[in-house]
Each structure stands twice: as C-alpha cells, then as structure tokens.
Write a protein that binds this ligand. Structure first.
Ligand code: 4H4
Length: 226
C-alpha cells in the first residue's frame, strides 16, 4: 500500500523539499509514497495568473479565489480526503497522522495570503488541519510537516529497527528520557536501572518517567486519557 499526495500550491517548486531526503526521500525513491505538486496559477482565468483578491467586507491581506482554486481541485482531485492547512484547523495529532497514513491518496491545499474563500471548504467538504497556533507565510511548510509525520508511519519507511509503540503520543503520553553511550558524560551517569538488564523493572521505570514528564509538561494529554 502506498500513499499518493496531490498538493495544490502556488509554489510547486518547493516540493519535495526536505521530503526528498533521508527516510522520506528513500521512501519516495522506493515508491512507498508519491506526490504531484499542482500549480494553482495554471487554473487562473487571466494572463497574469491571478489567484487571489481582496477580502469582501474589508480587512488586510488577500484571499485565494474560489473559482480558481475550485478549478484546480476539480481537475486534480480524484476522490479521497481533501485537507487544507490553516491555523483555523483542528490541531494535528499523532492519531490524525496515523489515520492519514492508512489512506491511498490525499489532496492537500496549501494556503497563502490570508487564506482561502470559505465557500471552497463548504463546496468540497474540506478538512482544515493546523500544525500549531501560529501563522506561517505559507501552508506549504505545514503540508510538508504533516506529510513527513504521515510518511514516517507508512509500512517499510522506518524499517524494523525503530518501533512506534512507545514514542510520544502513541500511548497517550510523552516519551520517557532516552540515553546511550558513553555511560558517563561530564560526570552525568546513565540511570542505573537502564544498565540492570532487568527488562520488567526498566519498563516500569520508563512508564513512570513518561507519566511524570507528561504530568509536568502536558497534563492535557492525561485528561484526554481519563
Ligand atoms: C492560512 C494563514 C489561513 C492564515 C494561512 C489563514 C498554517 C498553520 C498556517 C499560510 C496560511 C498559513 N497552516 N497550520 N499554522 N486567515 N498557514 O499558518 O484562515 O487563519 O497549517 S486564516
């Protein structure tokens, strides 16, 4: 099973970007995922390639036109979920990443300016997703971050060495602290329990550490799991 991403953007040249390197780049070469970056400007109606206009009712910035974006969607979307990257969207979580990693195809709209005309979201039943409570210059950055997390979970990408069971969020908690050699570094030793070889006690310690870190840094995650 592989994932095909249709990416609607006014900067197709940004892709694959960092997704073309390391694990995601290897997966791209191996066909574990693929993408088609579509230039929304190719669907403009005028020779200037206009894709945006001023907001009705006033306000700063420009809004992506529904007629142009709609053409780009209708000529490139072949079924499946359509996602729009936006600060107004539902926060991206590992659960959502896992859900998206099960899809065969996904269309991702990268907003620019101050966003897109609301009627596009209504017309195509688009799901808005945010990667965080801040405003970027472009949705392309957000799309690449989301795709990175999704591609990482595709079968064959991480290989057998790495497992995702205990990583942050998979069990509803932040991950426990990790250590490696040297055993002592600047007078700081690796916790003895991790050198004991007693796997049951190590697992207990790691669970306790994960609960402690989560309670301190993200108590909201604990509330969600009660
Ligand atoms: C889109 C800015 C929508 C404002 C944008 C709006 C994010 C983010 C992002 C370029 C574009 C910005 N995308 N998570 N955070 N007016 N995208 O900042 O709808 O709020 O995903 S608006």
């Amino acid at each position: 099973m592989s994932l095909h991403a249709t990416i609607l953007t006014i900067f197709p040249e940004i892709f694959p970007g960092f997704l073309g390197t390391s694990l995601t780049g290897k997966a791209l070469k191996e066909g574990l995922w693929s993408y088609n970056a579509v230039n929304i400007r190719d669907y403009a109606f005028d020779k200037h390639g206009s894709v945006d206009d001023t907001p009705c009712g006033g306000g700063a910035g420009m809004i992506m036109r529904p007629d142009v974006l709609g053409e780009a969607i209708e000529h490139n979307h072949s079924g499946g979920k359509i996602i729009y990257m936006s600060p107004k969207g539902k926060p991206l979580t590992q659960a959502k990443v896992r859900e998206l990693s099960m899809l065969d195809e996904v269309t991702v709209i990268c907003g620019r300016f101050e966003g897109i005309d609301e009627r596009v979201i209504e017309e195509y039943g688009i799901e808005e997703i945010s990667i965080g409570d801040y405003v970027l210059t472009g949705g392309e950055q957000a799309a690449m971050i989301m795709l990175d997390a999704v591609i990482r979970l595709l079968p064959g990408v991480l290989g057998n060495a790495a497992s995702t069971e205990n990583e942050s969020f998979e069990d509803g908690l932040l991950e426990y602290p990790q250590y490696t050699r040297p055993i002592e570094w600047k007078g700081r030793k690796v916790p003895e329990i991790l050198l004991s070889g007693h796997h049951e006690n190590i697992a207990k310690w790691q669970r306790q550490q994960a609960l402690q870190i989560t309670e301190k840094r993200r108590p909201d995650l604990l509330e969600k799991n009660t």
